[in-house]
Ligand binder design. Structure first.
Ligand SMILES: Nc1ncnc2c1ncn2[C@@H]1O[C@H](COP(=O)(O)OP(=O)(O)OP(=O)(O)O)[C@@H](O)[C@H]1O
Ligand SMILES: [Mg+2]
Length: 337
């Protein structure tokens, strides 16, 4: 199947007091129609910036390089006009903080209908009808009244669901959902995940799901990429990555999952040490200072993604755990500048 969204060697530099600095390196990613693609990783690993670059929404002065295509069209090279028409209708994003994406002074109805009228060329009445139906889909009670209300009249969880409804109004082909369920309680979270899964099945919508929560990931994602300090350090089918993680970092993240049956109050095991900043990563493998398996070679060269011997679609950037096939794959390895 041809991918709907494809990133090849995507890198991002952002302005800092020390000039332009790389925060995302060489990301490859390929999302097919009807697929839920999960992106996991600790805070600051570059998940949001990677996706913002596709919409042309990097912080001012940010530069994306490499290749990104949507349905064969070059997204990074697209002009402002083309980007705007892509945004909302083809690629739509639910932002991490719903309060930054909802306008406080405009009614929910106006925010839901405006883009739809523009992109789909539908009447005001038709847009309102759709908006009320979409609010029902995301389980906002009394859609008609909600259309006339302002964002501050809703709870945080409801605002998050309104932001999801706005992103879905134009029936995008790819929905980028940045931590869409983090602020929600478990029941509402399950409802949102079911909704995303249904839209995937019924409309062939693809979803890029960014989350810290590997439990959420394992319940609906088909493919997964794990990021650390601005790089993808492991990717593969969700089942393979979550059941047989190759990278010590992914293994650490999974160790932080609550144990099934452990009951409420069980401790989460966090990975010792602090996440590396992509702005100033340690040399070699950025995870080496926190890695119990690190050897000298990990401190000198950035390890390449090495495919598994039995599962070529599953790869991890670790020269220790993937050592059985490292000699063949490490020829293309990059050396830290
Ligand atoms: N406005 C900015 N200017 C300069 N650097 C920034 C800016 N915003 C973020 N960064 C840098 O970019 C890196 C990646 O940030 P990004 O927001 O993509 O992380 P993330 O993986 O989405 O984290 P989180 O899980 O906390 O949302 C951060 O580590 C930070 O160093
Ligand atoms: Mg983020």
């Amino acid at each position: 199947m041809t991918p709907l969204l494809e990133l090849e060697g995507l890198s991002i530099r952002l302005p800092t007091p020390d000039g332009l600095r790389a925060v995302v390196h060489d990301v490859d990613l390929s999302v097919e129609a009807g697929q839920i693609y999960g992106i996991a990783g600790e805070s600051g690993s570059g998940k949001t910036m990677t996706m913002l670059s596709l919409l042309g929404l990097l912080p001012r002065g940010g530069v994306a390089s490499g290749r990104a295509t949507f349905d064969g069209r070059d997204v990074l090279a697209a002009g402002k006009q083309a980007r705007r028409s892509l945004r909302g209708k083809d690629l739509s994003m639910v932002f991490q903080d719903p309060m930054t994406s909802l306008h406080p002074m405009l009614t929910v109805g106006r925010q839901l209908t405006e883009h739809a009228r523009l992109h789909l060329g539908i009447s005001k009445a038709e847009a309102s009808r759709r908006a009320a139906a979409m609010l029902e889909e995301v389980r906002i009670p009394d859609g008609e009244a909600a259309l006339r209300a302002y964002p501050h009249e809703f709870s945080g969880g409801m605002r998050q669901r309104i932001a999801i409804a706005i992103a879905l109004m134009c029936e995008p082909q790819v929905l980028i959902a940045d931590e869409p369920t983090t602020a929600l309680d478990v029941t509402v979270q399950a409802g949102i995940l079911q909704l995303l899964d249904r839209l995937r099945r019924e409309r062939g919508m693809a979803v890029v799901l960014i989350t810290h929560d590997l439990g959420v990931m394992s319940s609906i994602a088909e493919r997964v990429s794990v990021m650390y300090a601005g790089r993808v350090i492991e990717h593969g089918d969700a089942r393979d990555v979550l059941q047989r993680p190759g990278h010590p970092y992914t293994r650490g993240l999974l160790g932080a999952l609550p144990q099934p049956g452990a009951g409420a109050g069980s401790e989460l095991r966090a990975i010792p040490g602090v996440p590396a900043s992509p702005l100033d990563p340690p040399p070699g493998c950025a995870f080496h200072p926190r890695c119990p398996l690190a050897i000298d070679a990990c401190r000198t060269a950035v390890p390449p993604l090495i495919a598994g011997a039995s599962e070529p679609r599953h790869a991890a950037a670790c020269i220790v755990t993937m050592a059985d096939i490292a000699p063949r794959a490490s020829t293309g390895s990059e050396v830290t500048p």
